[in-house]
Design a protein around this ligand. Sequence first.
Ligand code: NCD
Ligand code: ZN
Length: 346
Amino acid sequence: MDRLTIITPDDWHLHLRDTPYLEAVVHDSARQFGRAIIMPNLNPPVRSVEDALAYRQRILAALPEDSGFQPLMTLYLTDNTRVADIEAASESPYIFGAKLYPAGATTNSESGVTDLARLDQVFEAMQKHRFMLQVHGEATGPEVDVFDREKVFIEKSLERIRRDFPELPIVFEHITTLDAVDYVRTADANLAATITPHHLLINRNAIFLGGIRPHHYCLPVAKREIHRQALIAAALSGDARFFAGTDSAPHSKQAKESACGCAGIYSAHSALELYAEAFERGGDFTHFEAFMSRHGADYYGLPYNQGQTRLERQPWTLPESLPYPDSGLIPFRAAETLNWKQILDD
Ligand code: NCD
Ligand code: ZN
């Protein structure tokens, strides 16, 4: 098979940053995707409807002129999020959920939630309005091994949230383990998960291949090969609770190649091609369109995109670096060759 034509896909987990970084990256997502769920971990975070609408305007202003790309906004939950914030957001046609970052779990999570019990009324309101909870599912704390954080979060936190709020719709973001795949697969219809292209393509060896590889460092960190295989199986399975979310998270070259390098992989530049490569390695494109373009929309209760997107088998080499303020941006698989290429209409 040398050609793939699919309904224009969506990215159900994307970091676009803010001016002037936003302007350097948004066109990559707009070229490939119809819509994206925009993560709210700016500094300061997107905490209110007002913040989200203002951020949405900055994204729209940064888009190429003829772009129909739609940013789907989210709020950032803090210890001080009020029920009124949720009620207002659930009435907005532009806001599609609220993101839970356990405090200290990842980039710009300092304002995240320190104690889940403090959010009970907020979760109650979200459940009532069927307002999506997007979860960064990693336990924090020095006693939890970095490779066990997702599993411990399932046991200690996610299980409790789901027991206490059974009708709350949840997306378990960027899952990385066999444990998470099994947990989602055996859960009811109110739990789904996004899977990134990099977690489908690398295991944790990639972080240490011949030396420390900061451009393969992200959170949740890549895991053992058995976990990568479980993610491939989930993505290729056709199970509607798994869908694409790149977690493309740009940081400048300098911020990555540092004594304390930032977590985040920039995949938006060739996200579709990377997902195609993962499906090709798995040897089955049967559910490629469903994973890229239908499952997420179904779970969010949104219509499919109108247009179509084409890919061809046409090996091409990624650039070494992309323009970005400060020191440039190194895309995932920089200077390497990918087999698939998106074909743009003239
Ligand atoms: C993300 C970022 O840089 O904002 N980093 C990452 O490694 N994925 C935050 C996140 O999604 O954890
Ligand atoms: Zn993310």
